[in-house]
Design a protein around this ligand. Structure first.
Ligand SMILES: [Zn+2]
Length: 484
């Protein structure tokens, strides 16, 4: 009998949970007996999966903001995850802080992708082949930005292919990769996951690993186009946290499925990289712009009201705050960028390229002095020592403002039902940090805080009745006290 294969891609990710003003994660309700959800999910999911060797037998990405936390608080688990990739080359990169790229400017698309690739290379010591898009949110410019950065493939839901109905997987063959043609003869490979197969692996609580391998695997292939063919691959993709955290016991099931029961039934676990090595994508496909795996209304979940994010216990709740919040942040980003470019262009060889490279010193992988040797202009190099120190400090603050300005677009801040939640509040705190860093460099520029507050007056929390402006000014005062 021909060997078949199956691939589970697991998206492991947490947003930055630290209070941006203190750098400390507050005690999180619901995480007991742990201090916060990163600790709880590590104990229930990351650590057991790593210790069981599951990372060696799946395809996975680990979000940079989660990996950064693990460096400090779960280094042994992170070491096991990195070691898994050394054996199998099965890790995939992720856009840096999980920004919804089709809603981001073209400059931000490039930054998120470049910073994500840099994080991957620093961690796994190799160039990534694939990249996970936040919420698999996609449009053609996003795919083109990936291709331009040298990314070979990404993963989408089957209903993100052109001409398909929401939540439908009937029209796309999920057992083979496709190619999407892009402008100027560029292209990118897309793997569409099988949603029913994905759910069977993490959620079907009554079935054992043996039953899944012997019954569900062949059933999914029979349902797939053309029936079983030699070399065919079943493909599941889901949040990695399902395995042990959201669904207790699924970590052990993943181990049994990938280690013993799958192979015994004739299905070998492979990674996306291995799959792409074996099968060259032949068939072209077009994608539906402005779609994601976690919203049935285009990208409304992250930009306006839609029922995906409603809390039905509070009938008045609505996502109407998301549009004004995003618009306010877009305007703020433009103001901050204007200061960045006018203040830095004399001292940098190429301010655009320097911003793409700045994640190295921002994350401490590269000394700032070394960074400025590489990125500084002739004027910077020729400047007298005393002046150079001042310029150095000014540029560092401008780059810090750029870092916070990226973090304020973290998708989780737009994902849920109400403005008063910790996720949007943290994004607003990052905006405050970006404003503060910018104002320190350019005191002659009127504070962007006032303009930002005016813009935020248009959004309001149903839960607290507080407007975005009130919320921001409260946080601004807190920052003044904490950072004084
Ligand atoms: Zn929706």
């Amino acid at each position: 009998m021909p060997r078949l294969s199956f691939c589970q891609h697991a998206h492991f990710y947490q947003p930055p949970r630290e209070d941006p003003f203190t750098g400390v994660i507050p005690q999180e309700i619901g995480a007991e007996p742990y201090g916060n959800f990163n600790e709880k999910i590590t104990a229930e999911c990351y650590q057991p999966n790593a210790e069981m060797g599951n990372f060696e037998r799946i395809s996975f990405n680990i979000g940079p903001t989660l990996a950064l936390w693990m460096e400090k608080f779960a280094p042994a688990t992170l070491d096991l995850i990195v070691a898994a990739d050394k054996k199998r080359l099965n890790a995939v990169a992720q856009v840096y802080n999980h920004t919804i790229l089709p809603l981001a400017s073209s400059a931000d698309k490039e930054i998120q992708i470049r910073w994500g690739i840099t994080d991957f290379m620093r961690r796994f010591c190799r160039v990534p082949q694939g990249m996970w898009l936040a919420e698999t949110a996609v449009d053609v410019p996003t795919l083109d930005a990936l291709a331009k950065a040298g990314v070979a493939y990404t993963v989408l839901a089957p209903w993100q292919a052109a001409g398909t109905a929401p939540r439908s997987s009937a029209e796309v063959d999920t057992t083979k990769p496709y190619v999407v043609q892009l402008p100027k003869n560029r292209s990118i490979t897309v793997f569409f996951f099988d949603p029913n197969f994905s759910v069977a692996l993490h959620r079907t609580s009554r079935l054992t690993a043996q039953q899944i391998a012997q019954e569900i695997f062949p059933m999914r292939l029979d349902n797939a186009w053309f029936g079983p063919r030699s070399g065919q691959t079943l493909f599941a993709a889901s949040d990695g946290e399902y395995f042990g955290h959201h669904y207790p016991g699924r970590d052990a099931l993943l181990r049994d499925l990938t280690l013993t029961e799958g192979p015994a039934a004739g299905y070998d676990p492979i990674s996306l990289n291995e799959w792409l090595d074996r099968v060259k994508p032949q068939d072209a496909i077009e994608i539906q712009n402005f779609t994601a795996w976690s919203c049935e209304h285009g990208l409304d979940r992250w930009s306006r009201d839609c029922e995906c994010a409603r809390d039905n216990s509070v009938p008045a709740i609505s996502g109407n705050w998301k549009g004004p919040l995003r618009a306010a942040m877009n305007r703020l980003a433009e103001h901050i960028d204007a200061v960045y470019f006018t203040q830095s262009f004399r001292w940098l060889r190429n301010a655009h390229e320097a911003r793409l490279a700045a994640i190295e010193p921002l994350r401490g992988w590269l000394d700032w002095d070394q960074f400025f040797i590489e990125q500084g202009s002739d004027d910077f190099v020729r400047a007298p020592e005393s002046l150079r120190t001042a310029i150095h400090e000014k540029l560092r603050r401008l780059f810090l403002a750029q870092y916070y300005r990226q973090l304020m677009f973290t998708s989780c801040g737009f994902f849920f039902e109400d403005l008063s939640r910790i996720e949007p509040v943290n994004n607003i705190r990052y905006a405050a940090m970006a404003i503060k860093s910018t104002n320190m460099v350019a005191p002659e520029v009127p504070s962007f805080a006032d303009a930002f507050a005016t813009d935020l007056a248009e959004c309001r929390s149903v839960r607290t009745g507080q407007s975005g402006a009130e919320l921001f000014l409260r946080e601004w005062d807190r920052a003044e006290q904490l950072l004084a």
